[in-house]
Design a protein around this ligand. Structure first.
Ligand code: DX5
Ligand code: ZN
Length: 214
């Protein structure tokens, strides 16, 4: 399993320590949550922090933008070294154009769906995207409870990917732990994001390992 720990649950008073933990772990990505207090009811951090993370973290950055008009920041995200740029379906009127712009900037294009947004809205764009990020909580906060309906969405998305020959990976974000992680693996997920389960663990390396070996 590909594991993408979410920096939102890290200790920002000692970020170096947590980034060093990530660097020496089995995590293949680092998930970065950027919030604007408009699309979601919370504000996290912005590009100066992301720039610092880029300089310190050896893992590719998986950036999740929970902001309105994310297309305005494609170049900034690229300049912060992002490998993957995830934009929310709910924030992009011209999603097809935004996906092309992200890819033209040299990043992998990810489209994110809120829990209430059905998988079927992706039918006409699924062959264009590199990744679909399914939210298994309402975005904005770490430490929330996994929404079980996400398992059906993963199965439905897996079927759509197979039917269309899309190469998109399936990533899931919110309330992931070893138990929900196992269910998500069985449903067909490729990448698991985990915030609290990793950073609040007594042994974060072991928490990452438990997802990695799924
Ligand atoms: C929520 C964020 C998540 C969050 C997950 O809006 O997108 O990435 O950090 O945190 P946990 O794993 O604690 O639910
Ligand atoms: Zn996220």
């Amino acid at each position: 399993m590909i594991v993408s720990p979410s920096l939102l649950s890290a200790d920002f008073g000692n970020l170096n320590k947590d980034l060093e933990m990530i660097n020496t772990s089995e995590a293949q990505l680092l998930h970065i949550d950027i919030m604007d207090g408009v699309f979601v009811p919370n504000i996290s951090f912005g590009f100066p922090v992301l720039k610092y993370v880029q300089q310190t973290c050896k893992k590719p950055l998986d950036v999740h933008l929970m902001i309105v008009e994310p297309q305005k920041f494609i170049q900034e995200v690229k300049d912060c070294g992002a490998e993957i740029m995830n934009v929310h379906y709910e924030t992009c009127t011209h999603l097809h154009r935004v996906v092309q712009q992200i890819k033209a900037a040299g990043m992998k294009a990810g489209v994110t769906l809120n829990p209430a947004t059905p998988v079927c809205v992706l039918r006409d764009i699924i062959t264009e995207v590199d990744l679909v990020l399914l939210m298994s909580v309402n975005p904005g906060f770490g430490g929330q409870k996994f929404i079980p309906q996400t398992l059906n969405k993963v199965r439905e998305l897996r079927a759509l990917i197979e039917e269309t020959g899309s190469k998109a990976l399936i990533e899931v974000d919110g309330g992931v732990n070893d138990k929900t992680g196992e269910q998500l693996r069985d449903a067909g997920a490729d990448i698991l994001v985990a915030g609290n389960y990793v950073f609040k663990a007594e042994d974060p390396h072991a928490a990452i390992h438990s997802l990695y070996i799924l």
